[in-house]
Ligand binder design. Structure first.
Ligand SMILES: CC(C)(COP(=O)(O)OP(=O)(O)OC[C@H]1O[C@@H](n2cnc3c(N)ncnc32)[C@H](O)[C@@H]1OP(=O)(O)O)[C@@H](O)C(=O)NCCC(=O)NCCS
Length: 275
């Protein structure tokens, strides 16, 4: 069984593998990641996809995600193999990922170290319209890319160019005619109820709260926001307004290398798969 490349034509087996591990049916998210990143997988003798990962590289940063092994092949080294394969392709970059408690020991053995704890907070957000943000349009993409590059520390136009097609809504904050923050909301699955709010990128925490509030009001239903422990005030603001932390992951980098850019301005990742 060899590691082979996966593309959007492998969406269906990827979803079957996710279902085997009781992950939700996130068809829109998988398709997006297989499009902007490079998938790798292992197929067994019966032709079933039994291991997966997606590597998304933006400049000097590479994110590893969607690491899954079919339960019938658990603890036979397949998870380690696909992650090692992705790491080899990412040679020379700073490699980052979000680890579930199940995945964390595997990554630690491969040299990853935790930089932060990240809570997925979900629920209906009880918030008032901020009157601070406005709906963004495709014309704003260049300003968003320029702003994001400084904050993220890498040019991720390969990921963000499709933002206006993928996202349900994109909002921004301007001050003195300059973009000083933006955020998006999107649905991970065509049949899923919840809306994810991310990325949330703003220098001023009040702008981040305004973007989240206005996107949650637009969503008119349950939302999820992933908040790390470097932003405790935002976590508290969300829980006071009805969101509950439902699961905790670790943001890890290979060798514990610090991430570039102005990370404090990243209040929520686009998705854990991308940072
Ligand atoms: C996390 C996950 C990908 C691990 O996959 P895996 O193929 O079981 O991982 P590996 O076999 O490489 O390593 C797991 C363990 O098996 C052990 N192992 C590997 N080969 C072995 C073998 N031939 N015999 C016995 N044990 C073996 C490893 O040493 C490791 O032990 P440890 O957990 O005590 O450190 C898998 O459990 C999974 O899909 N979980 C659900 C999804 C998930 O949480 N993914 C992580 C996202 S961040």
């Amino acid at each position: 069984m060899h590691v082979r490349e996966l593309s959007t034509t492998d969406l269906r087996p990827c979803l079957a593998l996710a279902a085997d591990r009781e992950w939700p049916h996130e068809d829109r998210k998988w398709e997006f990641l297989l499009d902007v990143g490079q998938g790798y997988g292992i197929v067994d003798q019966s032709g079933d996809l039994v291991a997966s990962t997606i590597l998304t590289t933006s400049g000097d940063l590479a994110a590893i995600s969607m690491v899954l092994v079919a339960s019938k092949y658990a603890r036979q080294g397949l998870g380690t193999r696909v992650v090692r394969h992705a790491m080899a392709q990412a040679e020379g970059t700073t490699v980052h990922l979000h680890a579930t408690p199940t995945g964390r020991p595997l990554y630690e053995r491969l040299g990853f170290r935790s930089l932060a704890k990240v809570d997925a907070c979900t629920g209906a957000l009880n918030a008032e319209p901020s009157e601070r943000t406005k709906v963004a349009a495709q014309d704003d993409l260049a300003a968003i890319l320029a702003f994001d590059k400084v904050v993220f520390g890498a040019d991720r136009s390969n990921v963000l160019s499709g933002l206006f097609t993928f996202a349900s809504r994109v909002r921004l904050v301007e001050r003195g005619g300059e973009l000083v923050g933006y955020a998006a909301s999107w649905r991970p699955g065509t049949t899923m109820e919840s809306t994810i709010i991310g990325p949330v990128v703003a220098a001023d925490p009040a702008d981040a709260r305004a973007l989240i509030a206005d996107l949650a009001i637009d969503a008119a239903g349950p939302v999820r926001v992933d908040i790390d422990d470097k932003h405790p005030e935002l976590g508290q603001w969300l829980t006071e307004r009805g969101l509950t932390p439902v699961f905790r992951c670790d943001l890890m980098t290979l060798g514990g290398r610090p991430l570039p850019g102005d990370r404090h301005a990243i209040h929520a990742p686009f998705m854990q798969a991308l940072g």
